[in-house]
Ligand binder design. Structure first.
Ligand code: HEC
Ligand code: HEC
Length: 335
């Protein structure tokens, strides 16, 4: 099989470097999530308001939080999102939790960072279906926002540049430290059960760790979906190749974070796996050419559930009211 060499390199990397127990010599391939550092609280608060504000959408009904619900692990728990006019989105909504660790944003990495990403959904006809100009016009018509931008940026500017910067500053704070796994990594031996520790050992020894590693347990590379056996899907997304145009990148997707994966079902870019057990079984077969027994699968799933961290504790923002000049929402395209 043509991918055998790649796979043996992956497996070699995984087994050679990563099998030592946490306490013994050698760093672990997964590192703990650090708590958020807030440098500009006014900007973070403004970004939070914008994240929850449905007036950034044409309908006046869809906010970032509609599809990245912070009460549900930063996702919508749907196979693919519902956008403007009840349109079916093209792809599963990834979590915004710990997204700051991603080497690039989106499944195909077409946005370099959170700031570059944040303008996308506002103007996407299948998501918030607005335009940047209209979104800025709405914000400028709301006195409470004009004051909040001034406080956050120290000047009179209120454009898409400032909007995306504030949203990104808020998203930077959406990290989930103190999972049981992180406590274990930091030396609390009792934080994990024996079954969960065996699951982690399997995760490393079978080679999952070659792609899912670092603080976010993923997010740092693009990899082929279906390395040793093809993945069957009716979703037309071609992954990284849609960005680079290179045949070699066809069906390469950003490796998703596995932090909080217990909360972020359904799984894969097409939302094709409803449960964690199913996702783990598929990964083992098509990425590693391995069939996990029911017992092995349960152990890996048990380990993955220890990656659920402390969720951001947010007070719901009270949004500044519209003024008489504010453009009225258009929830329906017909009159
Ligand atoms: C209608 C649903 C919807 C809305 C509204 C929405 N998103 Fe998303 N978001 C998605 C989907 C779907 C993707 C994945 C798209 C892709 O990869 O092509 C995504 C991707 C992202 C990502 C990249 C995460 C990753 O791991 O690659 C971030 C960050 C993000 N959205 C933040 C936001 C912000 C901020 C807003 C508000 C300005 C927003 N989203 C509004 C559905 C939505
Ligand atoms: C060759 C790299 C690679 C290996 C090895 C690998 N994965 Fe993945 N994993 C990916 C990619 C890429 C995706 C996203 C694929 C997609 O959605 O198209 C993914 C997705 C997942 C998801 C779904 C996450 C989500 O939010 O949608 C889970 C769970 C997962 N992997 C667990 C595992 C486990 C457990 C193993 C070992 C049995 C493993 N992976 C091995 C690359 C890999």
């Amino acid at each position: 099989m043509s991918c055998k060499p790649i796979l043996s390199i992956l497996l070699f990397a995984a087994s050679a470097q990563f099998t030592s127990p946490a306490s013994a010599a050698g760093p672990e391939p997964i590192t703990p999530i650090q708590p958020a550092q807030v440098r500009n609280p006014a900007m973070v608060e403004l970004g939070k308001q914008l994240f929850f504000d449905p007036r950034l959408s044409k309908s006046g009904f869809i906010s970032c939080n509609s599809c990245h619900n912070l009460s549900m692990g930063g996702t919508d728990n749907l196979r693919s999102s519902i956008g403007h006019n009840w349109q079916q989105g093209p792809i599963n909504s990834p979590t915004v939790l710990n997204a700051k660790f991603n080497a690039a944003q989106f499944w195909d990495g077409r946005a370099a960072d959170l700031k570059a990403q944040a303008g996308g959904p506002v103007a996407n006809p299948k998501e918030m279906a607005f335009s940047h100009a209209l979104a800025v016009e709405v914000l400028q018509s709301i006195p409470g926002y004009v004051a909040a931008f001034k406080q956050a940026f120290g000047n009179q500017k209120l454009g898409m540049e400032e909007v995306t910067q504030a949203i990104a500053a808020f998203e930077e704070t959406l990290v989930t430290p103190d999972s049981r796994f992180d406590k274990w990594l930091k030396g609390d031996r009792r934080a994990l059960t024996r079954k969960e520790q065996e699951g982690y050992r399997l995760f490393k020894e079978s080679g999952c760790i070659a792609c899912h590693n670092g603080p976010a347990v993923g997010g740092n590379s693009f990899q082929k979906m279906g390395l040793v056996a093809p993945y069957q899907t009716s979703n037309p997304a071609q992954g990284r190749a849609d960005v680079t145009g290179k045949e070699a990148d066809r069906f390469h997707f950003k490796v998703p974070t596995l932090r909080n994966v217990e909360l972020t079902y359904p799984y894969f870019h097409d939302g094709g796996a409803a449960t964690l057990a199913e996702a783990v079984d598929t990964m083992a077969r098509i990425q590693l050419g391995r069939q996990f027994s029911a017992d092995e699968n349960a152990k890996v799933v048990a380990f993955l559930k220890t990656l659920t961290g402390k969720q951001p504790r947010l007070q719901l923002p009270v949004l500044p009211p519209s003024s008489e000049k504010t453009l009225r929402p258009q929830p329906f395209d017909h009159p």
